[in-house]
Design a protein around this ligand. Structure first.
Ligand code: URP
Ligand code: ZN
Ligand code: ZN
Length: 466
């Protein structure tokens, strides 16, 4: 057989998918996986020896915010810098959010976000559309998103009343319309009125330190909204994906509503590494240190952390996103005299897979197969990218992470690739490192260097297949 110039063989690795673990070689031609098997006698233009390494499907981070405009500036990672960091950490596809401005067109937002990503996003990318104002025009635009743009998932907010929140009447209409068209509704579930009333109270009392951000977003604000949006999803028969779930109280509501057993409509739950690894004591530090961790929902008690780990194992949590939304220290400083002015969000896209491996698999909290499901396969299935992405099998995109489980390293802003001058995991010792990340058959990141120019925009298919 003639050797193809665009062929690559990865030899001697341990291939891990959500279904099985096998020692095998992976033969890639062009962008696709062509063959998987033991001791393949095939010659390829490029050979990588992956002895003692795992081969994972390229990570899919379903929740990032690159170039997110907030009042006077943007989140500090652009699509270019943020996608490079993603590749270094084994993530080959990111899904960002195109946010409708209140009173403006949803399609205008989608065009705006796509043009930012199209300029130069190193990894593959797709979008959810965030609906912040549901009127007759937006209703038509939902169909346009699905039919013309391949955007099938629509984010809604039950918080951020002045900018992003829609009321329950609008949410019910969104769910009804999206369900009819085979789409999925995402929910940032926190009770906006409760949060606003707490924020006003603390500000009136002169309690302005960053820790009052956390105190004004109590666990019950999330639990109440989680329970409400699930009930509304059942009432409208609309598939629902709850983003960045942070609290044990919310998990109790999800258990109470029996979401795992009641299969239709499916209720999917995402959590993030920060809720699994950090805890609220960080808000007790001096102001700028505490401001680094201001995000919504905030990080919570150690008991919430433990409840989330259990939910990863039991299947109550479906997938892991990062909610990557970094700001520089000078931007965080803008809110030092008033916690409500601290831009919300933290850096995270680079470390999702290594953190979950080190803290999850290495510490015996989750299995290797579950690790793959949580970091790649589940998101591919929920958001209509499967089986093209989310697995290592013939015919799939050759998105593969070659992961060295023995390599130890320490996370730091001095060595990470995200455009952020601090790390929320500064000094954390991690076991296991993404050595090579392959995107569509090309070595995209290796030993700190990015070798691909541009990823591709992906269409999301309707009808989640989980
Ligand atoms: O604090 C956060 N999470 N910022 C990003 C926007 C969001 O709510 O997901
Ligand atoms: Zn959110
Ligand atoms: Zn977010």
């Amino acid at each position: 057989m003639m050797q193809r110039e665009d062929s690559l063989i990865i030899k001697n690795g341990i291939v891990v998918t959500a279904e099985k673990i096998q020692q095998a070689d992976v033969y890639i031609v062009g962008e696709k996986i062509a063959k998987i098997g033991r001791n393949l006698h095939l010659s390829a233009a490029q050979v990588i020896d992956a002895s003692n390494c795992y081969l994972f499907p390229g990570g899919i981070d379903p929740h990032v915010h690159m170039d997110l405009p907030i009042k006077d500036f943007y989140s500090s990672d652009s699509f270019t810098t943020g996608s490079a960091a993603a590749l270094h950490g084994g993530t080959t596809t990111i899904i960002d959010f195109a946010n409708q401005a209140k009173g403006r067109s949803l399609i205008e937002a989608v065009d705006e976000w796509q043009s930012r990503a199209d300029r130069k996003c190193h990894c593959d990318y797709a979008f959810h559309a965030s609906i912040t104002d549901y009127n007759n025009t937006t209703r038509k635009e939902v169909s346009q998103c699905i039919d013309d743009y391949g955007i099938t998932s629509f984010k809604t907010f039950t918080a951020y009343k002045s900018s992003l929140m829609i009321d329950d009447r609008q949410l019910i209409q969104v769910m009804t319309d999206v369900a009819k068209q085979g789409g999925l509704v995402l929910s940032h579930a926190e009770n906006g009125d409760l949060i606003d009333s707490q924020m006003d109270k603390y500000r009136q009392e002169g309690n302005l330190a960053p820790k009052y951000h956390a105190l004004s977003h109590p666990g019950v604000a999330e639990a109440e909204a989680v329970s409400r949006v699930i009930d509304l999803a059942y009432a409208t028969n609309c598939p629902l994906y709850i983003v960045h779930l942070s609290s044990g109280q919310s998990l109790e509501r999800i258990k109470f509503l029996n979401c795992l057993k009641r299969k239709s409509p499916p209720i999917f739950v995402e959590t993030c590494p920060q809720y699994l690894l950090l805890d609220e004591s960080l808000y007790e530090q001096e102001d700028l240190e505490a401001a680094k961790y201001v995000m919504s929902p905030p990080i919570r008690a150690k008991s919430d952390r433990e409840a989330l780990w259990k939910a990863l194992k039991s299947g109550l949590v479906t997938s892991i996103g990062t909610d990557h939304c970094p700001f520089l220290l000078q931007q965080k400083k803008l809110g030092l005299g008033d916690f409500s002015k601290i831009p919300n969000g933290i850096p995270g896209v680079e470390h999702r897979m290594e953190l979950l491996y080190s803290e999850g698999v290495e510490k015996g909290r989750i299995s290797l197969k579950r690790f793959v499901e949580l970091t790649s396969t589940a998101a591919a299935k929920v958001f209509g990218l499967y089986p093209r992405k989310g697995s290592i099998k013939p015919g799939a995109d050759a998105d593969i992470v070659i992961f060295d489980p023995a390599q130890k390293h320490i996370l730091s802003s001095k060595t990470h690739h995200m455009n952020c001058d601090y790390s929320v995991y500064e000094g954390l010792k991690v076991k296991g490192k993404c050595w090579i990340t392959i995107l569509r058959g090309v070595v995209a990141a290796c030993d700190g260097a990015i070798r691909v120019e541009k990823g591709f925009g992906m269409y999301l298919k309707r009808h989640p297949v989980l």
